[in-house]
Design a binder for this molecule. Structure first.
Ligand SMILES: Nc1ncnc2c1ncn2[C@@H]1O[C@H](COP(=O)(O)OP(=O)(O)OP(=O)(O)O)[C@@H](O)[C@H]1O
Length: 252
Protein backbone atom coordinates (compact mmCIF):
# COMPACT_ATOMS: atom_id res chain seq x y z
CA UNK A 1 0.00 0.00 0.00
CA UNK A 2 2.69 2.43 1.10
CA UNK A 3 5.08 1.47 -1.70
CA UNK A 4 2.30 2.05 -4.27
CA UNK A 5 1.85 5.54 -2.84
CA UNK A 6 5.56 6.35 -3.03
CA UNK A 7 5.87 5.35 -6.68
CA UNK A 8 6.48 8.36 -8.94
CA UNK A 9 7.43 6.62 -12.22
CA UNK A 10 6.29 3.20 -13.30
CA UNK A 11 7.42 1.69 -16.59
CA UNK A 12 5.77 -1.68 -17.24
CA UNK A 13 6.90 -4.02 -19.98
CA UNK A 14 7.54 -1.11 -22.35
CA UNK A 15 8.66 -1.65 -25.93
CA UNK A 16 9.59 1.20 -28.27
CA UNK A 17 9.62 0.55 -31.99
CA UNK A 18 11.16 2.70 -34.70
CA UNK A 19 10.61 2.25 -38.40
CA UNK A 20 13.83 2.62 -40.32
CA UNK A 21 13.94 2.90 -44.11
CA UNK A 22 15.71 -0.28 -45.19
CA UNK A 23 17.04 1.16 -48.44
CA UNK A 24 18.92 4.31 -49.23
CA UNK A 25 16.67 7.07 -50.58
CA UNK A 26 18.51 9.99 -52.09
CA UNK A 27 15.90 12.71 -52.08
CA UNK A 28 12.50 13.72 -50.82
CA UNK A 29 10.84 13.34 -54.24
CA UNK A 30 11.97 9.72 -54.49
CA UNK A 31 10.72 9.18 -50.94
CA UNK A 32 7.23 10.46 -51.73
CA UNK A 33 6.99 8.56 -55.03
CA UNK A 34 7.86 5.35 -53.20
CA UNK A 35 5.50 6.22 -50.37
CA UNK A 36 2.55 6.80 -52.73
CA UNK A 37 3.34 3.62 -54.69
CA UNK A 38 3.61 1.78 -51.38
CA UNK A 39 7.10 0.69 -52.38
CA UNK A 40 8.76 2.11 -49.31
CA UNK A 41 10.41 -0.67 -47.36
CA UNK A 42 10.73 -0.28 -43.64
CA UNK A 43 12.63 -2.32 -41.20
CA UNK A 44 11.30 -2.57 -37.69
CA UNK A 45 13.78 -1.68 -34.97
CA UNK A 46 13.10 -2.14 -31.28
CA UNK A 47 15.02 0.48 -29.31
CA UNK A 48 13.54 -0.77 -26.01
CA UNK A 49 12.33 -4.29 -25.38
CA UNK A 50 10.00 -5.13 -22.48
CA UNK A 51 11.57 -2.66 -20.08
CA UNK A 52 10.10 -2.52 -16.58
CA UNK A 53 11.23 -0.41 -13.67
CA UNK A 54 9.76 1.57 -10.86
CA UNK A 55 11.09 4.75 -9.29
CA UNK A 56 10.04 5.87 -5.85
CA UNK A 57 9.70 9.53 -4.84
CA UNK A 58 13.07 11.03 -3.91
CA UNK A 59 15.21 8.31 -5.49
CA UNK A 60 18.07 9.12 -7.86
CA UNK A 61 18.51 6.69 -10.74
CA UNK A 62 21.50 6.51 -13.05
CA UNK A 63 20.80 5.18 -16.55
CA UNK A 64 23.88 3.45 -17.86
CA UNK A 65 24.92 1.45 -20.92
CA UNK A 66 27.01 1.71 -24.08
CA UNK A 67 26.18 4.05 -26.99
CA UNK A 68 22.85 3.23 -28.58
CA UNK A 69 21.67 0.99 -25.74
CA UNK A 70 18.39 2.93 -25.30
CA UNK A 71 19.05 5.35 -22.40
CA UNK A 72 17.80 8.50 -24.16
CA UNK A 73 14.88 6.57 -25.63
CA UNK A 74 13.85 5.54 -22.12
CA UNK A 75 14.04 9.15 -20.92
CA UNK A 76 11.95 10.33 -23.89
CA UNK A 77 9.39 7.66 -23.08
CA UNK A 78 9.12 8.86 -19.49
CA UNK A 79 8.79 12.52 -20.58
CA UNK A 80 6.01 11.59 -23.00
CA UNK A 81 8.02 12.59 -26.10
CA UNK A 82 7.69 8.97 -27.28
CA UNK A 83 4.79 6.60 -26.76
CA UNK A 84 5.38 2.91 -26.07
CA UNK A 85 4.49 0.50 -28.85
CA UNK A 86 3.64 -1.99 -26.13
CA UNK A 87 3.45 -1.69 -22.35
CA UNK A 88 2.66 1.34 -20.18
CA UNK A 89 4.39 4.33 -18.62
CA UNK A 90 2.87 6.12 -15.63
CA UNK A 91 4.30 9.32 -14.16
CA UNK A 92 2.87 10.88 -10.99
CA UNK A 93 4.60 14.27 -10.81
CA UNK A 94 5.85 17.34 -12.70
CA UNK A 95 8.87 16.76 -14.94
CA UNK A 96 11.62 19.11 -16.07
CA UNK A 97 13.40 17.34 -18.89
CA UNK A 98 16.91 18.34 -19.89
CA UNK A 99 17.30 15.93 -22.70
CA UNK A 100 18.56 17.38 -25.91
CA UNK A 101 20.61 20.50 -26.03
CA UNK A 102 18.39 23.41 -26.82
CA UNK A 103 15.36 21.19 -27.39
CA UNK A 104 13.18 23.56 -25.41
CA UNK A 105 14.67 26.70 -26.95
CA UNK A 106 13.68 28.75 -29.96
CA UNK A 107 16.95 29.72 -31.66
CA UNK A 108 15.55 32.95 -33.10
CA UNK A 109 14.54 34.30 -29.67
CA UNK A 110 16.91 35.93 -27.21
CA UNK A 111 18.03 34.16 -24.04
CA UNK A 112 15.67 36.36 -21.98
CA UNK A 113 12.71 35.49 -24.21
CA UNK A 114 13.63 31.82 -24.00
CA UNK A 115 13.61 31.93 -20.20
CA UNK A 116 9.97 33.04 -20.29
CA UNK A 117 9.11 30.61 -23.08
CA UNK A 118 10.62 27.70 -21.15
CA UNK A 119 8.91 28.78 -17.96
CA UNK A 120 5.55 28.82 -19.75
CA UNK A 121 6.19 25.36 -21.23
CA UNK A 122 6.97 24.07 -17.74
CA UNK A 123 3.71 25.62 -16.50
CA UNK A 124 4.98 28.70 -14.61
CA UNK A 125 3.45 32.18 -14.66
CA UNK A 126 5.21 35.31 -15.89
CA UNK A 127 5.23 36.63 -12.31
CA UNK A 128 6.98 33.49 -11.09
CA UNK A 129 9.58 33.74 -13.85
CA UNK A 130 10.02 37.49 -13.13
CA UNK A 131 10.82 36.73 -9.52
CA UNK A 132 13.36 34.04 -10.47
CA UNK A 133 14.89 35.73 -13.50
CA UNK A 134 17.98 37.14 -11.76
CA UNK A 135 18.67 33.86 -10.03
CA UNK A 136 18.58 32.01 -13.38
CA UNK A 137 20.92 34.49 -15.04
CA UNK A 138 23.32 34.42 -12.08
CA UNK A 139 23.43 30.65 -11.98
CA UNK A 140 24.03 30.41 -15.74
CA UNK A 141 26.69 33.16 -15.51
CA UNK A 142 25.44 34.63 -18.78
CA UNK A 143 24.53 38.15 -17.71
CA UNK A 144 26.19 39.80 -20.72
CA UNK A 145 24.57 37.46 -23.23
CA UNK A 146 20.89 37.73 -22.37
CA UNK A 147 19.93 39.74 -25.45
CA UNK A 148 21.67 37.41 -27.86
CA UNK A 149 19.59 34.96 -29.94
CA UNK A 150 20.10 31.45 -28.64
CA UNK A 151 21.19 30.25 -32.10
CA UNK A 152 24.46 32.12 -31.48
CA UNK A 153 25.08 30.38 -28.16
CA UNK A 154 27.72 27.67 -27.88
CA UNK A 155 26.46 24.25 -26.78
CA UNK A 156 27.94 24.85 -23.31
CA UNK A 157 26.14 28.19 -22.97
CA UNK A 158 22.81 26.62 -24.01
CA UNK A 159 23.35 23.83 -21.47
CA UNK A 160 24.03 26.38 -18.71
CA UNK A 161 20.83 28.26 -19.44
CA UNK A 162 18.75 25.08 -19.81
CA UNK A 163 20.03 23.68 -16.53
CA UNK A 164 19.50 26.98 -14.71
CA UNK A 165 15.87 27.20 -15.86
CA UNK A 166 14.99 23.55 -15.25
CA UNK A 167 16.37 23.55 -11.74
CA UNK A 168 15.05 26.92 -10.60
CA UNK A 169 11.48 25.79 -11.07
CA UNK A 170 12.06 22.88 -8.64
CA UNK A 171 10.25 20.11 -10.49
CA UNK A 172 9.25 16.91 -8.71
CA UNK A 173 11.24 14.94 -11.29
CA UNK A 174 14.45 16.23 -12.86
CA UNK A 175 15.71 14.46 -15.95
CA UNK A 176 19.29 15.10 -17.00
CA UNK A 177 20.78 13.52 -20.10
CA UNK A 178 24.40 13.92 -21.10
CA UNK A 179 23.83 17.67 -21.65
CA UNK A 180 26.05 18.53 -18.74
CA UNK A 181 29.02 16.90 -20.40
CA UNK A 182 29.39 19.97 -22.63
CA UNK A 183 29.75 22.32 -19.67
CA UNK A 184 33.22 23.12 -18.36
CA UNK A 185 34.50 21.47 -15.17
CA UNK A 186 33.53 24.34 -12.87
CA UNK A 187 29.99 24.41 -14.23
CA UNK A 188 29.64 20.63 -14.00
CA UNK A 189 30.59 20.83 -10.35
CA UNK A 190 28.05 23.58 -9.76
CA UNK A 191 25.35 21.48 -11.45
CA UNK A 192 26.21 18.48 -9.31
CA UNK A 193 25.97 20.62 -6.21
CA UNK A 194 22.54 21.85 -7.23
CA UNK A 195 21.39 18.30 -8.01
CA UNK A 196 22.53 17.22 -4.53
CA UNK A 197 20.55 20.13 -3.04
CA UNK A 198 17.45 19.17 -5.00
CA UNK A 199 17.78 15.53 -3.96
CA UNK A 200 18.04 16.63 -0.35
CA UNK A 201 14.82 18.58 -0.91
CA UNK A 202 13.02 15.46 -2.15
CA UNK A 203 13.34 15.80 -5.94
CA UNK A 204 13.48 12.56 -7.93
CA UNK A 205 16.37 12.36 -10.40
CA UNK A 206 16.92 10.40 -13.59
CA UNK A 207 20.48 10.88 -14.77
CA UNK A 208 22.20 9.55 -17.88
CA UNK A 209 25.96 9.41 -17.78
CA UNK A 210 28.92 7.45 -19.07
CA UNK A 211 30.96 8.51 -16.04
CA UNK A 212 30.45 5.89 -13.34
CA UNK A 213 32.11 8.08 -10.73
CA UNK A 214 29.39 10.72 -11.15
CA UNK A 215 26.63 8.10 -11.17
CA UNK A 216 28.00 6.63 -7.92
CA UNK A 217 28.22 10.10 -6.34
CA UNK A 218 24.73 11.24 -7.31
CA UNK A 219 22.59 8.15 -7.61
CA UNK A 220 21.34 5.58 -5.13
CA UNK A 221 19.95 3.35 -7.90
CA UNK A 222 20.97 2.43 -11.44
CA UNK A 223 19.54 0.66 -14.44
CA UNK A 224 21.89 -0.86 -17.02
CA UNK A 225 20.57 -1.16 -20.57
CA UNK A 226 22.09 -3.13 -23.42
CA UNK A 227 20.57 -3.21 -26.92
CA UNK A 228 17.25 -2.05 -25.52
CA UNK A 229 16.92 -4.60 -22.72
CA UNK A 230 17.51 -4.28 -19.00
CA UNK A 231 20.63 -6.19 -17.98
CA UNK A 232 20.51 -5.23 -14.31
CA UNK A 233 18.76 -2.73 -12.03
CA UNK A 234 18.83 -1.94 -8.32
CA UNK A 235 21.30 -0.28 -5.97
CA UNK A 236 23.78 1.88 -7.88
CA UNK A 237 27.03 0.38 -6.61
CA UNK A 238 26.58 -3.26 -7.73
CA UNK A 239 25.00 -2.22 -11.04
CA UNK A 240 27.87 0.19 -11.85
CA UNK A 241 30.42 -2.45 -10.85
CA UNK A 242 28.83 -5.13 -13.04
CA UNK A 243 28.66 -2.69 -15.98
CA UNK A 244 32.33 -1.72 -15.56
CA UNK A 245 33.29 -5.42 -15.35
CA UNK A 246 31.43 -6.12 -18.59
CA UNK A 247 33.37 -3.35 -20.33
CA UNK A 248 36.76 -4.62 -19.20
CA UNK A 249 35.84 -8.19 -20.24
CA UNK A 250 34.82 -7.04 -23.72
CA UNK A 251 38.04 -5.00 -23.97
CA UNK A 252 40.16 -8.10 -23.58
N1 LIG B 1 14.06 8.42 -34.18
C1 LIG B 1 14.72 7.28 -34.32
N2 LIG B 1 14.56 6.50 -35.41
C2 LIG B 1 15.23 5.34 -35.54
N3 LIG B 1 16.09 4.85 -34.63
C3 LIG B 1 16.29 5.58 -33.53
C4 LIG B 1 15.63 6.84 -33.29
N4 LIG B 1 16.05 7.32 -32.09
C5 LIG B 1 16.92 6.42 -31.59
N5 LIG B 1 17.07 5.38 -32.44
C6 LIG B 1 17.92 4.20 -32.23
O1 LIG B 1 17.58 3.64 -30.98
C7 LIG B 1 18.75 3.11 -30.37
C8 LIG B 1 18.89 3.67 -28.97
O2 LIG B 1 19.21 5.05 -29.06
P1 LIG B 1 19.39 5.97 -27.77
O3 LIG B 1 19.62 7.35 -28.25
O4 LIG B 1 18.28 5.72 -26.84
O5 LIG B 1 20.73 5.38 -27.16
P2 LIG B 1 21.61 5.88 -25.93
O6 LIG B 1 21.79 4.72 -25.01
O7 LIG B 1 21.02 7.11 -25.35
O8 LIG B 1 22.99 6.19 -26.64
P3 LIG B 1 24.20 7.25 -26.34
O9 LIG B 1 24.94 6.76 -25.15
O10 LIG B 1 25.00 7.17 -27.59
O11 LIG B 1 23.57 8.61 -26.14
C9 LIG B 1 19.93 3.44 -31.29
O12 LIG B 1 20.25 2.31 -32.05
C10 LIG B 1 19.38 4.55 -32.16
O13 LIG B 1 19.96 4.51 -33.44
Amino acid sequence: MNSEKDCIIKVSDATVRFNMASEKIDNLKEYFVKLVRRELMFQEFLALKNVSFEVKRGEAWGLIGTNGSGKSTLLKLICGILKPYKGTVDVYGSIAPLIELGAGFDGELTATENIYLNGAVLGYSKEFMDSHYDEIVDFAELKDFMNMPIKNYSSGMAARLGFAIATIVRPEILIVDEVLAVGDAAFQEKCQERMHEMLAGGTTLLFVSHTMQTVRQLCDHAIWLNKGTVVMKGEAEPVCNAYMDSLSVSDK
